[in-house]
Design a binder for this molecule. Structure first.
Ligand SMILES: NC(=O)c1ccc[n+]([C@@H]2O[C@H](COP(=O)([O-])OP(=O)(O)OC[C@H]3O[C@@H](n4cnc5c(N)ncnc54)[C@H](OP(=O)(O)O)[C@@H]3O)[C@@H](O)[C@H]2O)c1
Length: 383
């Protein structure tokens, strides 16, 4: 393990740079259907795997959101995608001319789907252009960046939402309800595991292996789902955190980021959450809440589709099927649209992203010092 985050090299800068068309993209055969007159126009910033394979195809299911503009550093990809989605030439932008979106009245909101280390800068630029923002998770790579983003939203008097899709996903919503109703009795233990094995790569080749763009690695990218689940299943904020992080030597994948991060959160009720995330172990995406009367088990817990959830209590074993998980994408788009048009309260605001970055900083702080970190209810360190 490295002694300090700062000691890690930053082999690649944090400029927005166009990339090739991601693998497996299926562009729509027909441009978007017409939406209601108050539909919110989104500018998609960064045409990467997640934007093209997951989010953009789901605009079709949104009632009040449409793709109005695209921003990309790859002109060929920009043209192909814009043609397929029916985005007119005057609404296609490079990073260099991003500020021009300010005068495009068809753009209400910006969806930031860039590498995580670019979220803060481009969110602030979007607010400077007078647009609302839906920012991908993690909100940023530090709590200081999150605070700047929140301040920029306030100054611009625009909405800031973090794309925590599980807050719109039927299984996770039902899990929150069940836990709120005391379905497992008094909560004692939460365990979450978000892991997969990263293929051969290096910080120069892959932003997910690059500290400047990915932070510590698996925790910000994948483990953040376990952290989120621990908070929304317990309904509590931890009062202390202890953690360990591991970085193998001589592995170019982990030249700058950690391979595994494991943490333990203690809640005021006495319940404990154990969170594990790894980029170097066989794939799993699971969350489990165990209490005095039973256990709620989710696996996969936070997938795009195909989630599963079982409640075991004594001899009873109940399997839930609360609905199609794929609605989560369109629902989060409509949610921001409702906030923009009707002033509805945002369920996953910038403050939630900030809270999570504070906890992530506490996890790394504990891993670095080997000490348990005590926290205030807002996730800041108790002095
Ligand atoms: N909510 C979820 O379930 C979920 C799932 C996956 C990812 N995400 C988040 O979405 C964001 C993007 O992830 P992704 O998997 O889509 O990444 P990706 O496939 O690597 O795409 C990132 C895109 O960002 C643009 N980009 C600008 N500067 C870049 C740079 N210096 N290096 C690399 N790309 C750069 C490129 O678009 P152009 O070529 O168009 O410029 C690139 O295609 C991340 O914040 C990630 O955490 C969320």
């Amino acid at each position: 393990m490295l002694s300090s985050r700062a000691a890690l090299g930053q082999a690649r800068g944090t400029a927005a740079v166009g990339q090739p068309m991601p693998y497996g993209v299926k562009l729509p055969d027909n441009p978007q259907r017409a939406k209601r007159p108050d539909s919110v126009g989104f500018a998609i910033v960064g045409l990467g795997g997640y934007a093209l394979n997951q989010m953009m195809p789901r605009f079709e299911q949104a009632e009040r959101a449409h793709v109005a503009a695209l921003v990309s550093g790859n002109p060929d990809k920009l043209q192909r995608v814009a043609d397929a989605y029916g985005v007119p030439p005057q609404s296609r932008y490079s990073y260099e001319v991003f500020a021009d979106i300010a005068s495009n009245r068809g753009i209400d909101a910006v969806y930031i789907a860039l590498p995580s280390g670019l979220h803060a800068e481009w969110t602030e630029r979007a607010f400077a252009a007078g647009k609302h923002v839906l920012c991908e998770k993690p909100m940023a790579l530090s709590s200081a960046e999150c605070e700047r983003m929140i301040a920029a939203a306030r100054r611009a008097d625009r909405k800031l939402m973090i794309a925590y899709r599980c807050h719109f996903e039927p299984y996770n919503l039902q899990a929150m309800d069940l836990m709120g109703q005391g379905a497992v009795g008094q909560l004692r233990l939460i365990r979450t595991e978000q892991s997969y094995r990263m293929g051969p790569t290096s910080p120069m080749e892959n932003w997910r292996a690059n500290r400047a763009l990915a932070g510590g690695g698996p925790l910000e990218d994948y483990g953040i789902y376990g952290l989120q689940a621990a908070l929304y299943l317990s309904g509590e904020m931890p009062e202390s955190i202890s953690a360990t992080a591991f970085r193998p030597s001589n592995d170019p994948r982990f030249a700058e980021i950690f391979a595994h991060v494991s943490s333990q959160l203690r809640f005021p009720s006495g319940a404990v959450a154990q969170l594990v995330t790894s980029y170097d172990s066989a794939g799993i995406n699971a969350a489990e809440a165990r209490g005095t009367e039973g256990a709620l088990m989710m696996q996969p817990a936070t997938a795009y589709s195909g989630n599963e959830m079982v409640l075991e209590a004594g001899r009873d074993r109940r399997k839930f099927a609360p609905g199609d998980s794929t609605v989560q994408f369109a629902r989060q788009l409509d949610h921001l649209a409702d906030a923009i048009r009707d002033g509805a309260q945002i369920r996953t605001p910038g403050e939630m992203g900030l809270r999570d970055l504070r906890l992530i900083e506490a996890i790394y702080g504990s891993a670095e010092t080997g000490r348990t970190i005590l926290l205030n209810p807002d996730g800041t360190r108790r002095s």
